[in-house]
Design a protein around this ligand. Structure first.
Ligand code: CS2
Length: 480
């Protein structure tokens, strides 16, 4: 065969029926799909998780196609436009399966085309807006409310009709619906933040109140902002995945997605009656979301971050390697059993000890190459939800925080290591962290004090508590 003949077709509407046998294809007529969902932040997690649920729902209800909106970069649009929004999802397990997902019907890049985004938000057919904009995308202060000093919020409050932030877009969309006499859309936050929907609602209402008290009161009274728990380990796409997908499907995909086979989505049962029937595709709707969300965030994400920082310091590259290091596995298990579980109230039907075991088993999945560096970045935005909540409650209960101090101290050591190596730090506080990391001398008191001065990360309640400061200093010294 010549090169031309053997070059695979690019995945798109015309080519996908020719995917190799065994590849799951959209079980519906894509031409009949309407857009009923707007999603902000179509990164890997959205495409691995929510889009997969909507893809299943489309088999019975064509109203729930997705308009995916990137708030910043055109990367996803550029990859998916030539593919008509199609992409391949690899579900990694002892036997990996491949599925072409067709739920994304449109990708918009907000800064290029705000009117199209507003039109989607204001359309009567749009009933739900989902978000995966990462922790920092919620523009919240350390106290949890809208961060009015955030540059994007400062911009949006001054120019509410030309927003750049997720909160700004949500409010402008809701303002247009209110003016048109439409019901608000339900807003479903899908990031790993404690009380994600409530926090987002309070930020949206606070932002709206700055413009129009009636609008704010309407959102407050009529808006549905369920809290959620989202879960599925989604390693970043790499060339190995692209090659694997091409072999398995016979089609070229510029941006396939991979995740573990396990996936879970728990949504607070407050969605309006005309919202998509998420329960029909396995989403758990419950009034007890807090228990699930706390357990997942503190156990899975808390231990993930611990393995990331402590693992990198011990020379590991992946979660699998880190959890296969007996010292780190023991640390993860002890944190869960002795420190984290005592702060949790199990949701009905969830055995926390079994859940903790299942998490370790998922981390040990040899099919998954999940880079610790992917988890390590954005620590200043992640650690407050993953570790500081547990730690504060542990302190309040008068128990030892010796182990809980380790992930925080390891994060500080990790930042110092990267800054001294001259590597770019990925974090909303990158500039400040680079400065602190580069200046670190290894002296526990001085180094820890510089990190603890980050008041958007560490609340005064903690930094003024000598037990807290000493525990971090000790853990930092022990990691030398
Ligand atoms: C990870 C999460 O990257 C990270 O920080 O801890 O993305 C984690 O893989 C997911 O929350 C699992 O559901």
């Amino acid at each position: 065969m010549t090169d031309t003949l053997s070059k695979p077709l690019r995945l798109n509407t015309v080519s996908y029926p020719a995917a190799l046998p065994g590849v799951a294809l959209p079980a519906y007529d894509r031409d009949k799909v309407q857009i009923g969902v707007v999603h902000f932040g179509p990164g890997a997690f959205h495409r691995a998780h929510q889009a997969f649920y909507f893809d299943q729902l489309l088999a019975t209800d064509p109203r729930w196609g997705i308009c995916a909106v990137s708030l910043k970069s055109p990367g996803v649009r550029d990859a998916l436009a030539p593919q008509d929004g199609l992409y391949t999802l690899a579900q990694l397990d002892a036997e990996t399966t491949f599925r072409v997902v067709g739920a994304i019907r449109e990708v918009l890049v907000a800064p290029e085309d705000p009117p199209s985004v507003f039109a989607r938000l204001a359309a009567p057919t749009t009933r739900i807006v989902t978000l995966t904009v990462t922790e920092k995308g919620y523009t919240l202060s350390a106290e949890g409310g809208l961060d009015e000093s955030h540059p994007d919020i400062v911009h949006d409050l001054a120019n509410p009709r030309e927003p750049v932030s997720a909160v700004g877009y949500l409010v402008e969309g809701l303002r247009r619906r209110h003016a048109a006499g439409l019901a608000p859309y339900a807003v479903v936050a899908c990031d790993n933040l404690a009380d994600n929907g409530w926090r987002l609602k309070s930020a949206v209402v606070a932002f709206a109140a700055k413009q129009d008290a009636d609008l704010a009161a309407w959102i407050d009274a009529e808006g549905s902002f369920p809290r959620t728990m989202v879960d599925s380990i989604t390693p970043a796409t790499d060339d190995a995945l692209r090659a694997r997908v091409q072999t398995a499907t016979g089609l070229e995909d510029a941006w396939p997605i991979q995740r573990e086979a396990f996936t879970q989505w728990v949504v607070e049962d407050v969605l309006p009656a005309d919202a998509p029937d998420l329960a029909s595709v396995g989403v758990i709707l419950t009034d007890d979301v807090r228990g699930f969300e706390r357990a997942k965030l503190r156990l899975l994400n808390g231990v993930h971050s611990t393995l990331a920082y402590a693992g990198i310091l011990r020379g590991h590259e992946t979660v699998f390697e880190a959890v296969s290091d007996p010292a780190l596995e023991a640390l993860g298990r002890e944190l869960m059993a002795k420190d984290i579980i005592p702060t949790l109230t199990p949701p009905r039907g969830l055995d926390l000890a079994e859940y903790a075991d299942a998490i370790i088993a998922r981390f040990r999945n040899p099919e998954i190459r999940h880079l610790l560096s992917q988890i390590a970045w954005d620590g200043s935005a992640k650690l407050p939800f993953r570790v500081l909540g547990t730690l504060t409650e542990t302190l309040d209960a008068g128990r030892s925080i010796e182990r809980l101090a380790i992930p925080l101290a390891a994060w500080m050591r990790f930042i110092a290591l990267r800054a001294k190596a001259g590597e770019a730090i990925t974090d909303p506080l990158a500039a400040k962290l680079t400065e602190i990391g580069a200046a670190a001398t290894g002296d526990a008191k001085a180094d820890v004090a510089a990190f603890l001065a980050l008041d958007s990360v560490f609340p005064a309640k903690l930094t003024s508590n000598p037990t807290f400061v000493e525990a971090i200093e000790k853990a930092y010294a022990d990691l030398a």
